[in-house]
Design a binder for this molecule. Structure first.
Ligand code: BDP
Length: 566
């Protein structure tokens, strides 16, 4: 599936006018793409279902065209009705889905109604509270540490295009040879049935190729001499263009920016174009006041500006796929992204449940399908902090790993573990061994050995050494961090003060940074963020080095010195 695009041969129309919601018999306006929770006081804790309604004028001329509805993301479950007919359903948030429908009324106004439900449940993902813990913990009952925002959180589009059209493009450059500046690219293009018999032409840089379409997939192989490789310092992007045409007419076109680069591993490093790289950056969230989780473009620009300012080169899309605009900018600016599936809070319960196993595998395929062409994405993460000490997680994660690898053999796959500290099944991690890169979250000096940075240094150092000894693979410290409430100061440094957060991050960063097998260090978190209510979170999680409104705490200046030398 491709995201929508407007060009000379297809038009993508944003359904961005104010939508209406109908809830308890009352109608009122609501802004899309954004969460409902903070737009109305009475919807703050609402889980739905809430009906979203949009009147779409459909011209007569669309009858001869292919009409495709593309929903960037709806949290979490949704049913789409057009003029009262159910046309598609979707089970998972944070990922796109499409509806191709024949039930439109042409030359008339059509009612698009989407029933959106955001009920946290033990069977849903991200996960609600687990059986046996009904009266404990977060309110709303999230089995994860961020606010469970609901609604049409990313832009819905209607795209109008030829019936002979391109439905997917898969670009690979992993066989390229950086030392020879040789770009070896493989491009697989999927097309609709109606395209068969026509020609497909692709162009990239100065090269182009044309082939007859004899089935629903057409493959191209090209070699680009003196190729410009995409990397952090020079994120060069090529324009790849695909067209369906005959001698007289062009039916469809799709353009995508691609980067030629390789990602590989040795026993200590992640290699970009055969050279070791170190990921420096953050785990973060895609959220902001009032919009909740949504696509607020000024925030994306601002966050990249701050990532640049602080000297970071990387982040993880914790704990769910971010909007596609995030990845476009990472491609353009040369950031390295660990792209994470919306699997947070996975417990025994999920691993024992065939339905969740199926859903997780589908999500991984959808994530990879959406983001596969982004050079900035250098690794997939299949989950954050699952109960990977549970014996069955061995088999469960082997399946998720295989699914990721068979969908994309070109990138390493990881799972972010917090075992042995945080999960209900005691004992060591039994699933980590399946993954290409060992990613761990560690909170010595915060959740363990609270307030004791001296002890934390030694514990972290020993822990990382032991992990390397056991796995002999590159390690990424995907989280470490301490809460600091902006404006809280203490001398000597004490927990929750800016001084403590700053010193903690500086000292533990240095410990991890000394080890040549640690190929990435991500601070938790980029900015403060909203969570469900509980006694540990006074409105927010305060582990951000920036406040929720993006002002630097002392730790941000400290990191800038460490990463940028100023
Ligand atoms: C880790 C989680 C992250 C939390 C963080 C914390 O991966 O989602 O927000 O800890 O507790 O366990 O701040």
């Amino acid at each position: 599936m491709l995201r929508t695009q407007s060009n000379l041969f297809r038009s993508a129309i944003e359904m961005s006018n104010m939508w209406k919601i109908k809830f308890h018999g009352k109608e009122r306006p609501i802004a899309v793409s954004s969460s409902w929770n903070e737009q109305y006081e009475d919807l703050f804790l609402e889980e739905g279902p809430i009906d979203y309604i949009y009147d779409l004028d459909v011209p007569e001329a669309w009858k001869e065209r292919r009409v495709r509805f593309y929903f960037g993301a709806i949290n979490t479950k949704s049913k789409v009705y057009i003029n009262g007919d159910l046309v598609c359903t979707n089970e998972i948030g944070y990922l796109p889905f499409e509806c191709i429908t024949k039930t439109l009324k042409y030359g008339s106004t059509n009612e698009i109604r989407i029933e959106v439900e955001n009920k946290l449940s033990k069977d849903g993902l991200p996960a609600g509270r687990m059986p046996g813990f009904e009266e404990e913990g977060n309110f709303p009952p999230a089995n994860f540490d961020f606010f469970p925002y609901g609604g049409i959180i990313r832009m819905p589009y209607v795209e109008v295009l030829s019936k002979a059209s391109i439905t997917d493009i898969n670009f690979r450059s992993d066989r390229s040879v950086p030392s020879k500046k040789l770009g070896i690219v493989e491009i697989a293009i999927e097309v609709t049935e109606e395209s068969v018999g026509k020609d497909l032409e692709i162009s990239i840089g100065d090269l182009s190729q044309r082939k007859k379409i004899s089935g629903k997939q057409v493959e191209f192989h090209l070699e680009i001499k003196d190729a410009k490789f995409w990397d952090v310092d020079n994120p060069y992007l090529y324009d790849l263009r695909a067209r369906i045409l005959s001698d007289r007419e062009v039916f469809d076109e799709y353009k995508v920016k691609v980067g030629i680069r390789t990602v590989s591993l040795d026993d200590k490093h992640i290699l970009l174009n055969d050279k070791p790289i170190k990921l420096l950056g953050f785990g973060k969230h895609e959220e902001f006041p009032i919009e909740g989780q949504g696509t607020f473009k000024p925030l994306i620009v601002k966050d990249y500006d701050l990532l640049r300012w602080i000297g970071a080169n990387s982040f993880r899309t914790s704990h769910y796929p971010y909007s596609e605009e995030w990845l476009d900018m990472a491609d353009q600016l040369g950031f390295l992204v660990i792209d994470e599936a919306p699997h947070v809070g996975l417990e025994k319960y999920h691993m024992d449940n065939p339905q969740t196993v199926k859903l997780c595998n589908e999500n991984i395929k959808k994530l990879i399908n959406r983001d596969k062409n982004h050079p900035s994405v250098i690794m997939w993460s299949v989950a954050n902090e699952p109960d990977s000490a549970y014996s069955k997680s061995d088999e469960f994660f082997k399946t998720l790993y295989d699914t990721a690898k068979s969908s994309d053999p070109t990138r390493p796959v990881t799972m972010v573990s917090c075992v042995p500290f945080c999960k209900k099944s005691g004992g060591p991690d039994v699933a980590m061994r399946h993954f290409d890169v060992i990613s761990v979250n560690r909170y010595y000096g915060w959740y363990n050995h609270q307030g004791k940075i001296d002890e934390a240094e030694k514990l972290l150092s020993d822990d990382l050494d032991a992990l390397y000894k056991e796995y002999k693979r590159p390690i990424v410290l995907t989280e470490f961090g301490a809460d600091a409430i902006s404006g809280f100061h203490a001398n000597p440094p004490q927990m929750f003060s800016e001084e403590y957060q700053s010193e903690y991050i500086e000292r533990l960063f240095k410990i991890a940074n000394e080890k040549d097998f640690v190929s990435g260090i991500h601070v938790w978190a980029f900015a403060d963020f909203k969570t469900a209510q509980n006694i540990h979170r006074p409105l927010y999680n305060y582990k951000g080095v920036f406040t929720r409104d993006r002002n630097p705490k002392m730790a941000a200046h400290t990191l800038r010195k460490l990463w940028k030398g100023r």
